[in-house]
Ligand binder design. Sequence first.
Ligand code: GLA
Length: 717
Amino acid sequence: MRFPDFGTPECWRLDTPAQTLVFASWRKHLPSIVYWGAPLATGEDLTALADSQLRPIGNAVLDLVPELSICPEEGRGFQGQPGIRAYDSEGRVLLTQFRLESAGNDAGTLRFTARDEGCGLTYTAIFRCFPDSDVIEVEARLSSEGDLPVRAEWLAAPVLALPETAPDFIEYAGRWTQEFGERRVPFARGIHMREARRGRTGHDHFPALIVPQPGCNFDSGEAYGTTFAFSGAHRVIVEETPDGRRQCQMGVAEAVTLAKGEAVSSEKAYLAFSGSGLNGLAQSFQRHVRNHIVAFPEPARPRPVHYNCWEAVYFDHRLDVLKDLAERAARIGAERFVLDDGWFGKRDDDTTSLGDWHVDRRKYPDGLAPLIEHVEGLGMRFGLWVEPEMVNLESDLARTHPDWIILPQGREPMTGRGQHVLDLTNPAVTDHLFGRLDALLGEYRIDYLKWDMNRDLTLAIDRDGMPLLRRQVHAVYALIDRLREAHPAVEIESCASGGARIDYGILKRTHRVWLSDSNDAHERWKMQNAAMQFLPPEIVGSHVGPRHCHTSGRELAMAFRAAVAMTGHMGFEMDLRELTPDEEATLARYTQLYKENRGWMHCGSQHRLQPPRPEIMAQMSVSEEKDRFLAFSATMAVPHSETTGPLRLAGLDENGKYRLRLLNADEISPRATRWFGSPLAVPEGLALSGGALMRSGIVLPLGFPDTMWLVEGTREN
Ligand code: GLA
């Protein structure tokens, strides 16, 4: 038996302050990631490191361990999921054996180019470091040079080898009003695949994965994270092969055909490693969104408090009522009034008018100007809801351009919320939509669009029967980009029946996400705590909803609703006429608190806190200078024990001395806490070092379910 001689590998490394990646290529094969983790010493011998990873060969297997490279190839004997699957137009399998042609690191961007002449394909992988955020952006590209068209069924973004020591991984599942359902899945032999085929990112699958090493918690331990930046059909594969290795692949879940000279991108993914627990990972991703993904038109302007009229009036728009709501909202502290669905066409319910982006003169005889002027007179700016990708058959647009709708001939159509999707791959459609939106933004002082997308894409083919899941997403991106170029001062929110379109692809061109249609603060708190792994608070829309939640029927106290909302981008969304004077005063107080703290909260760090009891779910924000913080500790269920223990804080200056106060000591219910002796509850509060607060923690009162304690801390020295 002769085993192959691999020779000396070529090696490369990439570093950000918190991580090192080492790549090795043997015999000019595609490189493999042989190390990903905490920073390695500068002088590390990469060749020795790569060779130390060569695995033994057992019995009854190939005479080599097939490489789990950045694009594992079937043509190299890899028997798990390959990173590429391609055929020529005659159906022949393109069994690639890429040979590395060049590799180079240019100012933190490592690029590998490999060719397979026989298959007529070039594969490029790009790893771009962002030292300020500790995140690496990765992308693969495939281009075709052969004479026959190539059908790429699958092209994964550069593939990650996952640690074999981790017992499980974290992924996100959910549904409408239950987005960001964090769940732990044990690693097991075989494939775990999440495929979103719904034409939008999906409520059910925020495309991300976290792999915590054993013992990792919020504050300590090692964790790996990645997220895929595409707003449509995608696939995430986690696989453990029979040899025990593990890989993660992410890519677009739709085949593409490449003619000679054409190329396709895998779309981008982002990765980060943390040696400081899940919070360390969250901080990297949040920083990355702040510094490189979301670009606010006016970065210095604080995130304005919103008032959104949806759950107050739905489609029943009456100018006098809206003006009244605007006055009440402004009185409580709102700074932007968002006019939701119902202002256009003849939209009295959700069965008509999508596509007719003209002001409904029955409801607004003089257009939107009187409302906008009223809103501005109250010191607020004005935002407008639109859903440009959609159309109702009952609309002028559908009557005039039935061929613009994705309604394949001879197939029984189906609706979602009574509506259809426009074929945005047809330039006539996007030109028309651009024209309408551009005209609206030109005519009115609108500084914000809530861009909605309320149905899944089905029967997703264009007029020629060609697949369009991928192209439709790019067409939406192009439309938004064009609009932003024409109106750079306008902010855009990405909404899709709540949070069905949240990912770093859409966030590159928008400024806020509507996390969920659930304004139920109890559900929201869970979602927001999960979402903070990837999203900074200032882009996560969070509204104080009606007393009786419209999506769950729960009745929640104003203080709780308001406290949850103030940890995101705060807003109100209810009929303000229902507020009692007490509720209004509480809402105004929390809104003021949001305004006093948003400046530092929206550039500080967020930390999830290890709960002292299972019913507690807590997080805190710490300023960039670590000179102040706000901790939020919610009781989510009836307390488990007769009393409760200390909540350990996080992210503080070890030696700094902080003065702490329980901001809402007046909300201690004597029925839940009969006695609470901590100096936290007296006006002077208590002072302790950051070290003590992080290791010893503070005891908070017992709370009833769905109450929140707010603790403020200020550094004294
Ligand atoms: C979607 C959104 C809601 C609201 C309605 C309007 O469901 O998620 O917030 O804008 O559409 O029809």
